[in-house]
Design a binder for this molecule. Structure first.
Ligand SMILES: C[S@@+](CC[C@H](N)C(=O)[O-])C[C@H]1O[C@@H](n2cnc3c(N)ncnc32)[C@H](O)[C@@H]1O
Length: 356
């Protein structure tokens, strides 16, 4: 029996499972899971793990995931290494490319804190033993498959091999970003994570020739701060107060207007939006801004209701997919429940209609 290990935000296991079941069924694949509420992971049992695995990067509620090939239970606490190395040696026979890294992983849910401490300590002796046995490259190689071990507790582990193309930007999708000194709110990290996730680690270089942006629902200015930090001039639309230090940069125009009505005089490079409003209303507004060429690309949050979170998103996605298919077939439209997102998801939309 094969499976996929999926990571999600604790509390979103149902959405994670329902979304993967739906995506898999479109490929003629089926599976099931015994959910552990608030654990932060889903073990999706499926005979068609190989077929489903490439779909994971497109899923919204799965932060990271990989195919499971070995399961070891009731490990001897005096010697966990021997059976784990033996299992990995079996895997290596099937994987001629070699392994470029190894990680010991755990679930994010509160119940798993002691396992997280164990796994973080175990990885070093494991790495050394694998190198001694010639089962791991001497230096880390991100271009090769990596060995992934998930400990549900310190005696039970499941093992798999990932593929660099399907790997998330951060192991387990946990974006460890440092809170920047001077940023006015913690939600600044949400926009930073979004840029890295959607544009890639060189996002700052990509933004180097971008000069103007609009931030709808900007106060106190965490998102605006990220843009100003890239020397981008921001029209910050919000009736609330903006951080005074940010205003002192002279790179912010505080517009005290309704974000659903106000429009810029000239098209801007970026539109970002964190207004707390009905998600379908925000998504339509974003599409109209780009379609009517008020901005070139947008990153926005959709606040999802507690119930029917996946259903709400699927309805919005269908509406935008239809508009895009008719009017902007080469558009980029991606969404993700980011590590820094709570009851919301983040969307990247670029209609790629800059020239006309
Ligand atoms: C979650 S906060 C934004 C936080 C901001 N992104 C940051 O990083 O500091 C939502 C903001 O949206 C604003 N807002 C809600 N509805 C709005 C509207 N119709 N027009 C403009 N701003 C609105 C609120 O005043 C609030 O400041």
């Amino acid at each position: 029996m094969t499976a996929l290990l999926l990571y999600c935000r604790p509390g979103f296991e149902k959405e994670c499972l329902a979304e993967v079941v739906d995506a898999a069924s479109h490929k003629g694949a089926f599976g099931w899971a015994n959910l552990q509420p608030n654990s932060g992971f889903v073990l999706f049992e499926t005979e068609q793990a190989e077929q489903v695995y490439p779909l994971l990067p497109k899923l919204v509620f799965t932060r990271d995931g990989w195919p499971v090939t070995e399961r070891l239970t009731e490990l001897d606490t005096q010697d966990r290494l021997t059976p784990i190395i033996a299992a990995i040696a079996r895997l290596e026979k099937r994987n001629k490319a070699g392994f470029g890294n190894v990680s010991c992983e755990y679930a994010e849910g509160d119940e798993f804190h002691s396992t997280s401490r164990f796994a973080s300590k175990f990885v070093n002796p494991l790495r050394q033993a694998l190198r001694r046995e010639g089962l791991l490259t001497k230096k880390e190689r991100a271009d090769l498959p990596a060995l992934r071990l998930f400990f549900s507790d310190s005696s039970n582990v499941i093992i798999g091999v990932d593929s660099p193309n399907c790997r998330a930007s951060w192991p387990m999708g946990v974006a460890r970003l440092k809170f920047p000194a001077g940023a006015p709110s913690r939600s600044t990290l949400k926009l930073e994570e979004a840029f890295i996730h959607f544009l890639g680690s060189d996002w700052r270089e990509q933004l180097a020739d971008h000069h103007t942006a609009v931030d709808l629902g900007a106060a106190p200015g965490g998102w605006t701060w990220q843009l100003v930090n890239q020397k981008i001039y921001v029209h910050a639309v919000d009736n609330g107060s903006m951080d005074t230090q940010l205003m002192d940069t002279a790179l912010v125009d505080h517009v005290q207007e309704d974000g659903f009505i106000w429009k810029p005089k000239k098209r801007v490079d970026w539109l970002v939006c964190d207004m707390v409003e009905k998600p379908a209303k925000v998504a339509r507004l974003m599409y109209q801004w780009l379609h009517q060429q008020h901005a070139k690309a947008a990153i926005f949050n959709l606040k999802l209701p507690m119930k029917k979170r996946l259903h709400q998103w699927q309805e919005i996605k269908e509406e935008l997919d239809n508009l895009i298919a008719e009017q902007h077939p080469s558009a980029i439209f991606q969404a993700r429940h980011l590590y820094h997102d709570r009851e919301e998801i983040t969307v990247y939309l670029n209609l790629r209609n800059q020239n006309g």
